[in-house]
Design a binder for this molecule. Structure first.
Ligand SMILES: [Zn+2]
Length: 262
């Protein structure tokens, strides 16, 4: 995970149709709260608004076509993910679903990201654990500012301060519980992610080795020219737009030594 910088101004679809739809959800809840709390009534969330093309386009650009959680390249195939779930929520895995969830944030720009279907539909789903669940905002009259979410919000904080990598394996820096819960609940050490990161880091490691070896030939202009080209390629692996860049940065910072610790 890396920090995501979304444009400050929300897409118009959210501030017009989304705002109106949000009001209709809030009005419906106020008329009959218990019906929504027992899930007898359900909100008619409009994916045509929160996942509108204009919303997706801005997210794809801001996130460099990557999943906000696992950093897989997903291009246009990502789902619009609600950081605070809209329909139902769970404090922890295995607990029963609770209703309603954060229906009033269904069209809120700050609450939307793009994620891969594995992170969104298989792992995060309705999970939204809080440090103190008694502080949870359970309807639109309550404030989310009292909440301390355990998931790292990549639009507001830097995930690289919470989650590091030893070679291809994610770990919670200094054992911080928020990093650990994010890794565990989103399965950031799944077999396929580890394998994808491993392949990526292998290329980077070899590139780095070649670069180090060319310093032995400072007089050879052709070798130096090739070395400069390699440096450009290596830099691209460390840009925000690169797949699994958080792991790549950790590997470079650790001079590829940490793989010896595993
Ligand atoms: Zn993902």
């Amino acid at each position: 995970m890396i920090r995501i910088h979304k444009p400050k101004i929300a897409p118009k679809k959210l501030t017009t149709d989304g705002k109106q739809k949000c009001k209709s959800h809030c009005d419906a809840y106020s008329l009959n709260p218990s019906a929504y709390e027992t899930n007898k009534e359900k909100f008619d969330f409009a994916s045509s608004i929160y996942a509108h093309e204009s919303v997706k386009e801005l997210l794809i650009k801001a996130q460099h076509q990557k999943c906000c959680f696992c950093e897989r390249i997903i291009g246009k195939n990502g789902d619009v993910e609600h950081f605070r779930p809209k329909g139902a929520y769970q404090q922890a895995q295995g607990e029963p679903l609770k209703y309603p969830a954060y229906y009033w944030l269904a069209y809120k720009w700050e609450n939307l990201y793009l994620s891969c279907s594995s992170c969104n539909s298989r792992h995060k789903k309705n999970l939204f654990p809080l440090q103190d669940p008694s502080k949870r905002a359970t309807n639109h009259n309550q404030r989310i500012t009292k909440e301390s979410p355990l998931f790292i919000d990549c639009g507001k904080e830097n995930p690289e301060e919470f989650i590091g990598f030893r070679a291809e394996y994610a770990y919670a820096i200094n054992g911080n519980p928020r990093g650990q819960i994010t890794i565990d609940y989103l399965d950031l050490n799944s077999d396929d992610l580890i394998e994808s990161r491993r392949q990526r880091l292998n290329i980077l490691r070899e590139l780095n080795k070649v670069l180090l070896s060319v310093t032995e030939h400072p007089q050879d202009q052709e070798i130096q020219r090739l070395a400069n080209e390699l440096k450009v390629i290596l830099k691209e692996y460390l840009l925000d737009s690169a797949e699994f860049v958080a792991a790549a940065r950790c590997a470079i910072n650790a001079k590829f030594q940490e793989s010896d610790l595993i």
